[in-house]
Design a binder for this molecule. Structure first.
Ligand code: 13P
Length: 253
């Protein structure tokens, strides 16, 4: 079975102590990940090492950064490079979250550079795509996300695209409590897989995990994850509540 992933995105929330406590609480639930399942915690930069040692003994539990810079290194005060993440043994990084696109003006081209740097540094990018409400209402969401993938991912050779995790996060569903319906999620995930198949081939497309993000909660995760092309979730708000995230982990196929 394709890899199924429960990914927590803490965003800019929780103090160090609160984060540590939350991880302790989640680990205390002793959820065993099956071979094809993974749990990933995307935590703020200063908590990466703490989170990594928290999960060190757990099978298929990983830590992700929420971003990295699109340049290799240099005079960019306050920025964090993919190489720095690699030097901390961090193996996942969220790339192109809609909040970064919106508030930090990240473009598809810049994201392609980040993707390359992640791969060079043995980091699996969790590449986010998704449309705003106006685009959904105009019915052009497929073209919009296709462009995002084309400009940020489709320069990769087949061997590398297999290493990517894609997260479909419709902006109108993020933090709004308005989840995409299972039909909307399945339809878009199937479409994303079909364009990956078109660019590469069907076998490769079948290997790429595609996560859904946008108001995933303890009470809707199972239904969303049942969709054949939804391979888990990228979870914001509900990942900050131990019991809720544990329930989401339990909901993986
Ligand atoms: P919410 O789960 O809070 O809607 O956030 C989703 C998200 O942006 C995860 O990256």
């Amino acid at each position: 079975m394709r890899t199924q992933i429960a990914a927590a995105n803490w965003k800019m929330n929780l103090t160090f102590q609160q984060g540590e406590k939350l991880l302790d609480q989640i680990l205390a639930a002793k959820i065993k990940m099956k071979d094809h399942q993974k749990t990933i915690f995307a935590v703020p930069f200063p908590y990466l090492t703490m989170a990594r040692s928290e999960v060190a003994e757990e099978k298929n539990y990983y830590v992700a950064a929420q971003n990295c810079n699109h340049r290799k290194s240099g005079a960019f005060t306050g920025e964090i490079s993919a190489e720095m993440l690699h030097s901390l043994n961090i193996t996942y990084c969220i790339i192109g979250h809609s909040e970064r696109r919106q508030y930090f003006f990240e473009t598809n081209t810049m994201l392609a550079e980040k993707i390359n740097l992640c791969i060079e540094n043995f980091i699996t990018p969790i590449f986010c795509c998704g449309e705003a409400l106006a685009i959904r209402e105009s019915g052009t969401q497929n073209e919009f996300v296709a462009q995002q993938l084309k400009e940020s991912l489709f320069h990769l050779p087949a061997e590398q695209i297999k290493q990517i995790v894609v997260a479909y996060e419709p902006i109108w569903a993020i933090g709004t409590g308005k989840t995409a319906t299972t039909e909307q999620a399945q339809e878009m995930h199937e479409y994303l897989r079909s364009i990956i198949a078109g660019q590469y081939n069907k076998d490769i497309a079948n290997e790429v995990p595609i996560l859904y993000g946008g108001s995933v909660k303890a009470n809707n995760a199972r239904e969303l994850f049942t969709c054949p092309d939804v391979d888990g979730g990228l979870v914001g708000g509900a990942s900050l509540v131990g019991q809720d995230f544990v329930e989401i982990m339990r909901s993986l196929k």
